[in-house]
Structures are given as structure tokens and as C-alpha cells.
Design a protein around this ligand. Sequence first.
Ligand code: ATP
Ligand code: CA
Ligand code: CA
Length: 411
Amino acid sequence: VKRPGQTISKGHKNYDLMLNLQLGIRYSVGKHSSIMRDLKQSDFDPSEKFWTRFPPEGSKSTPPHQSVDFRWKDYCPVVFRHLRELFAVDPADYMLAICGSDALREFSSPGKSGSFFYLTQDDRFIIKTVKKSEVKVLLGMLSSYYRHVCQYNNSLVTKFFGVHCVKPVGGQKTRFIVMGNLFCSEYRIHKRYDLKGSSYGRTLDKADGQRDETTTLKDLDLDFVFHLERSWFQELMWQICKDCEFLEAEKIMDYSLLIGVHFRDDYSGEEAKMSPKNINSEEGNVNHDETFMRGYHLLPDMDWVMEDQGPFIRLGVNMPARAERVGKGRSEMEHQNQDWRLRGESNRGNEVILYFGIIDILQDYDITKKIEHAYKSLQVDPTSISAVDPKLYSKRFRDFIHKIFVEDKVL
Ligand code: ATP
Ligand code: CA
Ligand code: CA
């Protein structure tokens, strides 16, 4: 299975940065794990940040280390401690995932922003370097973010676990956020889409080189419609609405719905083992039956779960769906159907498992975005460009989601 990213080992240009980050996180998580108290309003104060010096020889509160002398900043640590608990992240698991030896892989910055991304070996967490302005946005909306994710268990917005800054003595500051990886799955993700609902420039550049399953495709590359079981479809639309209301109120734009697709009927190599074939068929045979999406229950948006109700799924996490091909010319469509029959696939579409969530939510409609809007508006239809006012952005985003997800009529 191809996994994205390259392990950061000694000699890598960001090796020291990684060591510092690991030392810092170990220190922060350790420090706050013993004191669990209720949150106070002052914990959300953006000026609630703590610098710690990590000299190589060690200090009263920090261990000796092999890296450069650096300072470490923790933003609103008590809030993030509570968020980790809310998102069911065990402190020991968290520390081990990030701070274990050779724990991180770097994937070359997929976005245009120039951020670096690090993935933990267990695939659970992503660390992203961010701009000062993004930290500011996150801290500014922290209390409403906290309220939002507490209120909506099934919220699709990015799960944030921590915000930090590393500053080597005499060097530049690097700011990080730690967040959940949407594609943490035992099943292979065959296709990924980063969808904004805008069209201008929303296709993968031909020049982007080799495409494979770790390539993130964009709006115009999407040629599927996803059929969801009725109650999940409704739950999804409702939740997207709530999440968009929140983002709009915070004046956020430029976010994406990130979707990962696992095709159940891909039988290449070890795939057979990897796919949840035996969901409905005891023998584990290929079965393109209509019951694929039944027998599952959406995990209710509440703390308790009734037993013997069958397997549970969560919104955006391992969600069964049917992916129907669309958006091709008629002749190509017929060709495709033939293609399917040859491969023994059903033309009702492919059975898939979906993973999705809303990412990149730290951009507000600032002066650079307004200029980008004004400038691009001179060249193309203003509603097709990504940079638009948050209200318009959210409306377009929701409309787009309504187009690519449909209620499954057969069930
Ligand atoms: P830009 O601002 O140019 O859109 P960016 O540098 O801010 O890009 P993001 O949009 O946050 O980057 O993410 C870029 C890509 O990284 C996504 O398209 C996705 O492939 C991957 N990615 C980001 N966040 C996650 C996540 N939480 N889980 C899985 N993959 C992610
Ligand atoms: Ca983005
Ligand atoms: Ca961004």
C-alpha cells in the first residue's frame, strides 16, 4: 500500500524542527495531563500562551537533548487539553504517536500556501505549519469553536488538538497546528478530492506530474455522485448547514470538503483482505446487492449508544455509499458502461466507503483575499473564483455538496 510522505530522519532539513516539536509536545502533554480542571473563560484568552526554554543541557523543567537551543510556545493549553479529551484522544497515545522515534513523515506541501505537513506513523494526526494570521484566526474563534464541537458531536470541521510555536535561538519562528487525519483508515483510500465548490482553477494541473492514489484531485476532476442512505443523507445536509453557519459567523472562507474514497470492489493484490467485504456476506464473496448500505446505523449525535443495534458508523467516518459515474459525454458514458460490464461491475455504481470532513478553516476574508477577488473578477466570472465573501462562499459550498451527494432512492 502506498503511503504518502517521506520519513524524516537525521540529515533531513527539518530534522531539528521535528525533534524540537517532539520535545515540546512531550513536555506540554506531560505537564497538563495531571491537572484536569474545568475550563475558565480566561483559558480562551488569545494571550494565554507560555514560553519554555529548552537548552541542550536541560533545565529544571526540561530534559537535556541533542538538538539546538530553542524556545517552545504553547497556546491556550488548557483548552486544547479539553479538546483532546472531547475528541477521545488519550494523552499517552497522543504523545507516543507524535514523539516516538522516527514518528513523523513529511508530505510535500500539497497546497499552494507553502505549508509543510507531517503525518504520524499511526496515521492518526497531521501537523501543519501555519502562518501567524492563521494562528490568530484560530485563537480568535477558539471559544465558539469549542462550543460548536461540544454541541455537535458529528461536526465535520477539522479537529484541532494543539497549537504551538518553535523558535530556535537566533532563528525563525515556526508555528504548528496538530489536527486529526481524515484518512486514518484500515482501508486503502483510492481517490481523494479537495472540493471548494468553485470552478476557476479547480482542476489538477497537467504539469503536476504523475497522478496516483495519493494525489488530491479537485472540483472539476470529480466525476462521481455519491448516493447515501436516506437518514445519513439528511444528517449530512443538516450538519453541513450547522458547520457552514459556524464558519460564516466566523467570517471564514476558502475551506474545502476533503473526501477520500475506498472502492470495495477493487480486487488488486492484497486488496481483497483490506476491504470490508464481509459486511453483509458471511462468506466474504463479492456481493453487489442492494443491502450494502443497510445493516448500519448512524451513530446518534449523543453520548450513549444502544447495544445490539448492529455496527455503527459516524458521519464522515467509514460511511458506506454508492459512487455513480457522471459528468461524461454520452458516448463516453456508454463506453464506460461497457467497461463496467467487462469488469463485472454494476452500472448502479461502485460500492464505496467514504471519509470526509471540512479542512483549511483558518482563512478569513482579509485584504489579500479581497484583492485576489477584485483582481480575478476582471478576468473571469466572479462567482467561479475561490476568493469570495464568506456568506457567498458558504452558500456556494452547500449548493455544491447538494449536487454531489444524493439520497439513495432504491433503499
Ligand atoms: P491552500 O491554502 O493552498 O489550499 P494549504 O497549504 O492551506 O493549501 P490545506 O488545504 O490545509 O493546505 O491542505 C492541503 C492538502 O493536504 C489537502 O488537500 C489534503 O490532501 C491534505 N490534508 C490537509 N488536511 C488534512 C486532514 N485533516 N486530513 C487528511 N488530509 C489533509
Ligand atoms: Ca486548502
Ligand atoms: Ca489554506
